[in-house]
Ligand binder design. Sequence first.
Ligand code: ADE
Length: 449
Amino acid sequence: MRFTVVTILPELIEPALAAGVVGRAREAGAITVDTVNPRDFTSDRHRSVDDTPYGGGPGMVMKPEPLLAVIAHAARPQPASAELAAGQAQTAAETAALAPHRILMTPAGALLTQARVRELAALPHVVLVCGRYEGVDERVIELAIDEQLSIGDYVLSGGELAALVVIDAVARFVPGVLGEASSVDDESHSAGLLEYPQYTRPLKLAAPDGERAVPEILTSGNHAAIAAWRRRQAIARTGQRRPDLLARFRPAAADRKLLPPPLHARTHLALVHHPVVDRTGAVVTTSLTNFDIHDLARSSLTYGLAGYHIVTPVASQRDKAEHIARLWLEDAGGEHRARALELVRTAASVDAVIAEIAASHGAAPLVVATSARGDAFPGVARRSAPELVAEAGLDPAPLLILLGTGWGLADVLLPSVSRVLAPIDGAADWNHLSVRSAGAIVLDRLFGR
Ligand code: ADE
C-alpha cells in the first residue's frame, strides 16, 4: 500500500515513520510513504502557499493553485504492473481502481474510526493532504478532495500529526505489517468495544497501598472461563468509559449469557405521595390521582418494567389505589390493560418498596431520584439517562426509579437515594410536566429502542 503526504513540513513526517511497526513495514516493502511539498508547485519568488482570507478575519488560508497542482502530481495514475509500465493499455475499471483516494486532514472532517481505518487499508494508494494556517481554499476541497478526516475534537497546528496517525492506524491492517493476524481482532474498537485489561509478570506487584495481584481467573488455565471474563470486562469498561459506544453495541447470543438480565426487566417505578414538597417547599403528603395509577402502569408495561409501586402512608389511599387497579383488572373489555394493571403494588413508604424489591430480587436496588430541579439532592451523583443505563446495565442489582408527585420528591429521602437523573429539559422555560408525562419520558430515555 502506498501513502503520499502533501505537506509544507516534510521534515515532520519522515522521522516519525522510521522506527517501530511502520518503520519495519516500510523496510519490508509492505507499505511505501513519500512526501510532496506544495512549495515545489509555486511560481513566485517567495514560494508562497498562503494568502489572506476574502471577507477578512484572522490568519491565512492555503492558496488553491499550488495545492491543486501538488495533489494532481501526488495522485497521478500509477501503472498497475511492469507490463502496463511497458506501455500496455489499462481498462477504465483498472484505472478507476488504482485512482488514489485523496483525504484532507482537518478538524472539520468526519471523525476517524477503526471501521474506517480498516476500509482505508484495502485501498492501493492514499494521498493525505495536510492543512496549515486557518485552512485551505474551499475550491480545493470541491475539486481535488474525496474525503475529509479529523482525528479528534481538538485543533492541531496542522494536519501532519493527524496524517501520521492515519498512516500508523491503517498500516497495521495491511497484510504482512503485524505478525499475528488475531492481534488486530482482540484490541480496543475492533468489535465496537474497548479492550479487556491485560497483565504480565510479576503475579504480585508491590504498591503503596499494599499488593496488587493479577486476577486469579487469568492463572486458572481455564481458557473458556478466561475468555468469558475478558469479554465481560471489555463490555463493563466500555460502559463505564464510553457509554456512547456501548449504546451502539449489539451483543451476540453468547454475550447475553455473560451479562445480567436486561435492565428494564429489573427496574421498578415508584410514584411517591410522601415525602414530597408543596409549592412553599413544605414536606407534605399528596392525594392519589386516578390517571396516575392507570397511565403509569401502561407506561411501565410498555417499557418492560418489573413493577410499579404507589407509595402513600395513608392506608385508605392505598386501599383506594388497589381498588381502582382491580376495577381496571376486572374490566371484561380490557385484557390488554389488565396486564399493565397487574404491575401495580402499593407501599406505605419508599423504604418499604426498597425492602420488597431487595427481597424479591435478592439484592438491594440502586435507588434513582428524578427531579425537575437541577439542584435537588445535593451531593448525590448525577447521571444522564445513557450514563445510568451504562452503569446500571452491567451491575446485576435491580433499579428503583422514584417519581415525585406535588412539587417533587423531598430532600429528606436523600439517605435512600444513590443517583439523581438529570432533569427533563424542554424547549421552553416553563417546566411543569405532569408526573405521568415525566415518567413516560424518563422511561423512553432509559429504555426506548
Ligand atoms: N488538523 C488540525 N487539527 C486536526 C485534527 N483534529 N484532525 C485532523 N487534522 C487536523
